[in-house]
Design a binder for this molecule. Structure first.
Ligand code: ADP
Length: 854
């Protein structure tokens, strides 16, 4: 920079009315710069300040400091040519002013180059005039100003446009947002509503928004709901509840969450969780917006849970058994009243100890083993009977049932224990056990009574049983023989049983004192005595003298009024024996007495039996002999009678036939009677022989076809059938029966002939014969029956007629021998079957026999 420049002090022509302009002169020619200054200082309108630079470098530096309104640039500078400088200047500075190029020579090309690169104008130095320069400067500055203003305007426009666009975008976004919001409000499954708040009364007012959920639930269309108050839409008490909550909100100006009840359109009452918040305008609440969700199911579940919890608590507390929750380490976590009662501790006391603390030591191991198994997952539950030690130190029997509850991680959480007081049952069991023991002992003795027949064996069993039942140092059973005045030790066990052993006989005298006392004092069923009460000289007293035994219990062995002996039990400590044991021993003594008496009777009976047996054998032999003789006699008689009878028959017939004419009527009748009697006699003999034969013969059993037998019997009785015109019907088919042909034929013949015979006079016999199967429990039987329409038999005679010679009628009315049915009876007995009759007088009879089918 030279001294002349910058010429920032425009003193010349300095007028306050002139406007200011700063011109930068870049020219190495002092002269030229002076010319330009002079030209411009003549300007009446503007006052110029000049900033001058001789080199391009200097000009670039100065430009930053002075911010000229215009630059006058020489085309050729010492360090730059004008074009280069222009490019450099523009590169270096963003805001650049107008620039006019001044050059020594006028070259069009250069001028074009400058204009292209941003120069405003181009002058040839020697052609420039003050007016031209001022004009050009004025024009360029004005242009630049215009340009700047335009640029500024443009920039403002753009910025405004951008602002507009931005606000438009925001607006659009807001609209979209609102749209979404109103869709959400409309569709969200939550009841949403908004109502005005009256500015003056501060009361909730008309609804101005209801969403679809609202409309659906209350079945109110939007148009109907909007503009209405709660009171107009809901029952008064419901609307009042809403209003009360609304007023709270209005007063506090804070959102509230509350539960509200409301009826749905279907009439059901629902509970809603309602969130209400205020909308403000200038600090005043203008509206209340509410959002409500139906929590009826949750409420119900909550109520049910509450109820179930209450029930559980009541069950837990009021259960008739002890219930507890116990930690895996045994600590009581929760206990009910009943458990406290059982163990005699208060709840607080129990909760501070463990179940181990109150478990009987003998039961603890088993319980802990179960706990181990349940914790290891080997079992899921267990049950055991065990003892607790109560607070008063008594122990109590309980039944314990335990199961494990696991937490959500499947880790053991706590045990549920159910504790049942079973002390009563246990006591009962114990007494039952005792009773059972007693019964079993007595039973044992009973068995001994049945099994052992000898008194000594019985006594030994009893002594052994007693030793099993209780501990006594010596037991013995002594029996008395009143006749011989001796006593015998039947069985003994314990101290000195080698000296005072079984079978030892001593004089009855030594027991006299005991016997007297038993007879007089025997109120309780036994007496206690001491060794000293026995005669000093007795074997007993001597043998037991130096032992510790002194006291014994003597139980009488009474059978009716007979004292058979005594049961003696010696104790070193007699006070240890219980009343129960004494009662039991009394029972044993009376059983023993019975057993001994029975053994005595048994022996007696045995003797009688032996005697009887001998007598019976003797009698049987005698009877057998008589029987044999009788059989032979019957047979001989019957057989031998036949010959003379045949003679009588023959001669009587001859008399009738040959001498009939010589006989008068009486003679004729005598002859006829003779024949008839002889015939009857023959019949009788035949029957007797048949009967006698039945008793003797050996019978072969076979299946017999009854049809064949019946036909044969009909054949045999053909003459009788024809004579009487009997009508015989066979109810076929007829079965077979195990029996003997001959015997069955004889039976059927007898029954059939009786059926033909025993009809009232002039009545045609109607006879039916048949068989039937009888299902016996053991086997199937066949019954053959013969049914008639005869005179029948009184019930009282029905048994009798099966005996030999038993007849109900005279020979004149119904001839016969009275042996037929006896044969039936004997036959069936021999065939191993049965027989019988069902009959009503005047209505006929049905005789039957029954035998095995196979
Ligand atoms: P008898 O026929 O030779 O008299 P039975 O021993 O056959 O002898 O019969 C004994 C008695 O039983 C008969 O006398 C008769 O009184 C009675 N009796 C037997 N069968 C019948 C019958 N079918 N109806 C009525 N009475 C009968």
């Amino acid at each position: 920079m030279t001294e002349r420049s910058p010429n920032l002090d425009p003193t010349a022509n300095n007028s306050p009315t002139k406007k200011l302009r700063t011109v930068m002169l870049i020219d190495d020619s002092e002269v030229d710069r002076a010319v330009y200054r002079r030209y411009l200082q003549t300007d009446a309108e503007y006052q110029y300040t000049f900033v001058e630079a001789e080199t391009g470098e200097e000009a670039l530096e100065l430009y930053a400091q002075c911010q000229p309104d215009i630059i006058l640039l020489d085309y050729l500078l010492p360090d730059f040519d004008g074009l280069e400088w222009l490019v450099q200047w523009q590169r270096q500075y963003k805001n650049f002013c107008s620039l006019i190029v001044l050059t020594g020579q006028g070259d069009e090309n250069i001028a074009v180059q400058f204009i292209k690169n941003g120069a405003a104008d181009y002058f040839v130095k020697d052609r420039i005039t003050p007016e031209k320069l001022k004009l050009a400067i004025g024009k360029e500055i004005a242009l630049k100003k215009l340009q700047l203003e335009k640029q500024d305007l443009f920039a403002k426009l753009i910025s405004r446009n951008e602002k507009l666009e931005r606000s438009n975008r925001l607006y659009q976004a807001e609209i979209a947002q609102r749209d979404k919001l109103s869709k959400i409000i409309a569709n969200v499954p939550v009841v949403i509503y908004a109502k005005y708040v009256d500015a003056t009364s501060k009361q909730p007012g008309k609804l101005w928004l209801v969403n679809q959920e609202f409309q659906q639930i209350f079945k109110i269309a939007e148009a109907e709901a909007i503009g209405k108050t709660d009171r107009e839409l809901f029952p008064p008490h419901i609307a009042d509840d809403f209003a009360a909550n609304d007023r709270l909100l209005i007063a506090s100006k804070q959102p509230i969450t509350t539960e509200e009840e409301v009826y749905h359109a279907d009439g059901t009452l629902h509970t809603y969780l309602s969130f209400k918040f205020p909308l403000f305008s200038e600090g005043e609440i203008t509206s209340i917006v509410g959002m409500a969700t139906d929590i009826t199911p949750e409420k119900q579940a909550q109520t049910e849970l509450l109820q179930s919890e209450t029930r559980f608590r009541q069950t837990f507390e009021q259960a008739a058994v002890g219930i507890a929750h116990v930690a895996p380490d045994g600590k009581w976590l929760r206990v009910n009243q009943k458990l406290c009662q059982i163990v005699g501790y208060t709840k607080e006391e129990l909760l501070s100890i463990t179940f181990q603390d109150i478990t009987h030591p003998e039961d603890l191991h088993t319980d802990l083993e179960y706990v181990r198994q349940i914790l290891a997952g080997a079992i899921s539950t267990y049950s055991m009977e065990k003892r607790y030690i109560r607070k008063d130190e008594a122990y109590i029997w309980i039944n314990l049932t335990v199961s494990l509850v696991s937490d959500s991680n499947d880790e053991p959480d706590y045990f549920i224990a159910v504790i049942e007081d079973i002390s009563d049952r246990k006591a009962l069991e114990a007494s039952l056990q005792k009773s059972w023991q007693r019964l079993s002992n007595l039973h044992q003795i009973d068995k001994a009574i049945l099994a052992a027949v000898k008194p000594q064996a019985i006594a030994e069993t009893v002594i052994k049983d007693i030793q099993n039942l209780l501990t006594c140092q010596r037991a013995s059973i002594v029996t008395f023989d009143w006749e011989r005045e001796t006593s015998t030790i039947l069985a003994t066990q314990g101290v000195k049983d080698d000296v005072l052993n079984n079978g030892l006989q001593v004089s009855l005298d030594i027991w006299q004192g005991i016997i007297d006392r038993l007879e007089n004092e025997d109120k309780q069923g036994y007496i206690t005595a001491h060794l000293s009460q026995l005669p000093k000289s007795s074997e007993m007293a001597i043998a037991l003298e130096n032992t510790k035994l002194d006291c014994f219990f003597a139980f009488p062995l009474n059978s009716q009024d007979n004292l058979l002996g005594i049961l003696k039990l010696w104790f070193e400590e007699p006070e240890t024996i219980t009343t129960e044991e004494l009662t039991m021993l009394e029972e044993i003594s009376s059983q023993l007495a019975i057993a001994l008496e029975q053994a005595r009777l048994y022996k007696q009976t045995q003797n009688y039996a032996l005697e009887l047996e001998a007598k019976v054998a003797q009698r049987t032999a005698q009877i057998e002999e008589i029987n044999q003789e009788l059989k032979a006699f019957t047979y001989t008689i019957s057989h031998d009678l036949k010959a003379p009878l045949r003679a009588i028959q023959g001669f009587a017939s001859a008399l009738q036939e040959d001498y009939g004419d010589n006989l008068d009527d009486l003679g004729q009748e005598y002859a006829a009677r003779l024949i008839s009697s002889a015939w009857q006699m023959t019949q009788l003999i035949e029957d007797l022989l048949a009967y006698s034969r039945l008793c003797r013969i050996e019978i072969q059993l076979k299946s017999v076809d009854l049809e064949v037998i019946v036909h044969r019997a009909i054949e045999q009785l053909q003459l009788e059938i024809e004579r009487t015109q009997a009508n015989i019907i066979l109810v076929e088919p007829l079965s077979s029966m195990i029996g003997n042909k001959t015997i069955l034929l004889q039976i059927v013949s007898n029954l059939l002939s009786n059926a033909i015979k025993f009809v009232p006079p002039k009545v045609q016999p109607q006879i039916r014969i048949g068989t039937e199967i009888i299902m016996d429990s053991a086997e199937t039987k066949i019954r053959l029956w013969v049914e008639d329409n005869g005179i029948g038999i009184d019930r009282e005679h029905q048994k009798r007629i099966f005996q030999v010679f038993e007849r109900l009628h005279g020979n004149e009315a119904y001839p016969g021998t009275g042996i037929g049915l006896a044969i039936v009876k004997k036959s069936m007995e021999r065939l191993g079957g049965r027989f019988g009759v069902e009959s009503n007088p005047g209505k006929g009879s049905r005789f039957w026999i029954e035998g095995r089918q196979r």
